[in-house]
Design a protein around this ligand. Structure first.
Ligand code: NAD
Length: 332
C-alpha cells in the first residue's frame, strides 16, 4: 500500500483526497495544512493523521510519497524536504516560480532517487487526450497552427494569493502553463514568444494573457488565458495540420469535431468519453500511482514541466517588456 502525505487542504488538496479514495493500492496516511483546523477536518474524513508542520509529518510518518497541493511559492521547499526523507513527490503545477528553483527540485529528487511527478493535468483530460490520439494517428497530418483558450472566474477570497505574482507567478505561470505544456508536448520546443497582458481590478477583477509562440518546427501556437470570465469555465482548442483541422470547445455538446480532408465531413467524428464520469484528476493520480508501483513510465517528465515553466516565464517577460523573447533552453 502506497502511503501518501497530502500537503494542502485547499481546492487541489480536496480534489486529490477525493481521487485517492477511489484508487486501489494507495492510502492518504497524513494530511498537512498550516491551518490546523483544516488539516484535522480532512484527516478525520480520510482516516489520516493531521499535521501543521511539514518536518513533523515527515519525521513521524513513514511516507512513500508527498503530494504537494500547497501554494506555488511552497513547492520548492516541500519537494526538497520530501526528497531528503526519501519520498517520491507528486507536485501540483506549476512546478515552481523560477527555472533555478525547478532545477534544484529536479536535482533534489534525482539525488534521492525518487520520482518527481508534476500535475500537468490537461494531459489527462479526455478531450485533450482524444485530440492527442487523433494527431498521433495522423488524422490531420503535420500540425502547423494551434490556438488554445482557457477562461474562468478570477481567483479571490482565500485564493487571492493567485493574483500576487510573487506567490503564483501570475496568469502565465499559473493558468496558461496548462496550455504551454500541452503545446510543447505536441508541437515540440519553443523558439520565441511574444505576449501581452491586460489586468484591471475595478470595477471587477479581470486578467487576460495572450501569447504567440513560434516552435522550432515552424508551427505557431496562440494561447489565451482569462481570469475574470463571467461565464462557466471554458476551454477551446483548434489544431490545424496540413491534412485537417481538430476543434474542441468545452461549452458545446459535441466538444470535439474532426474535419479531415479525406474523411466525410460529419460532426462528432471523434467520439469523446463522457466528462461527467471521467475525472481527469483521478486519471492523473491513478497514472502516478501506477508509476510509483513500477507499472508505468510517467507521461509527464519533470524536464517537460521545467520547459513549460521556462516558456511561461519568457511569455511573462515579453508581456512586461513588450519585446519578443527567445525561449531559454533549460537543462534539467
Ligand atoms: N492542476 C490544476 O488544475 C490546479 C487547479 C488549481 C490549483 N492548482 C495548483 O495547486 C496548488 C494549490 O492550489 P489551491 O487552489 O489548492 O490553493 P488553496 O489556496 O485552495 O489551498 C492551499 C492550502 O495550503 C495551505 N497552506 C498555505 N501555506 C502553507 C504552508 N506553508 N504549509 C502548509 N499549508 C499551507 C492553506 O492553508 C490552504 O489550505 C497551486 O500550486 C495551484 O497552482 C492546480
Amino acid at each position: 500500500m502506497i502511503r501518501v502525505g497530502l500537503a494542502g487542504t485547499g481546492s487541489m488538496g480536496l480534489t486529490h483526497a477525493q481521487a485517492y479514495a477511489t484508487i486501489p493500492g494507495v492510502v492518504v496516511a497524513a494530511v498537512l495544512d498550516i491551518d490546523r483546523d483544516r488539516a484535522v477536518q480532512l484527516a478525520a474524513t480520510v482516516g489520516a493523521h493531521p499535521y501543521s508542520d511539514l518536518d513533523a509529518m515527515l519525521e513521524a510518518e513513514k511516507l512513500d510519497v508527498v503530494d504537494c497541493c500547497l501554494p506555488t511559492a511552497q513547492h520548492r521547499i516541500t519537494v526538497e524536504r520530501a526528497a531528503q526523507y526519501g519520498c517520491h513527490v507528486i507536485c501540483e503545477k506549476p512546478l515552481t516560480l523560477t527555472v533555478a528553483d525547478g532545477q534544484a527540485m529536479i536535482a533534489a529528487t534525482r539525488a534521492a532517487g525518487t520520482q518527481l511527478l508534476v500535475g500537468q493535468v490537461v494531459r489527462f483530460f479526455p478531450e485533450f487526450q482524444r485530440i492527442a490520439s487523433a494527431l498521433r494517428e495522423g488524422r490531420i497530418g503535420t500540425p502547423v497552427s494551434l490556438t488554445m483558450l482557457r477562461q474562468g472566474s478570477s481567483p479571490g477570497g482565500s485564493r487571492s494569493w493567485y493574483l500576487d505574482e510573487t506567490q503564483s507567478g501570475g496568469i502565465f505561470l499559473d493558468m496558461m502553463i496548462h496550455d504551454f505544456d500541452w503545446a510543447l508536448h505536441h508541437l515540440g520546443p519553443a523558439e520565441r514568444v511574444y505576449a501581452r497582458l491586460v489586468q484591471r481590478f475595478e470595477p471587477r477583477a479581470f486578467t487576460q494573457g495572450m501569447a504567440t509562440i513560434r516552435h522550432t518546427s515552424g508551427a505557431l501556437s496562440q494561447i489565451t488565458g482569462t481570469w475574470g470570465h463571467p461565464g462557466p469555465f471554458t476551454t477551446m482548442v483548434e489544431l490545424a495540420g496540413d491534412g485537417g483541422l481538430l476543434q474542441h470547445n468545452s461549452s458545446e455538446s459535441t466538444p470535439i469535431i474532426l474535419y479531415a480532408e479525406t474523411a466525410p465531413r460529419e460532426p462528432g467524428d471523434v467520439p469523446l468519453p463522457d466528462l461527467s464520469v471521467t475525472n481527469p484528476y483521478r486519471v492523473e493520480l491513478a497514472h502516478f500511482v501506477d508509476v510509483l508501483a513500477g507499472r508505468a513510465e510517467s507521461l509527464v517528465r519533470p524536464e517537460e514541466a521545467l520547459a513549460a515553466l521556462s516558456l511561461a516565464l519568457s511569455a511573462r517577460a515579453s508581456a512586461a517588456t513588450n519585446q519578443a523573447q527567445v525561449v531559454e533552453v533549460v537543462a534539467a
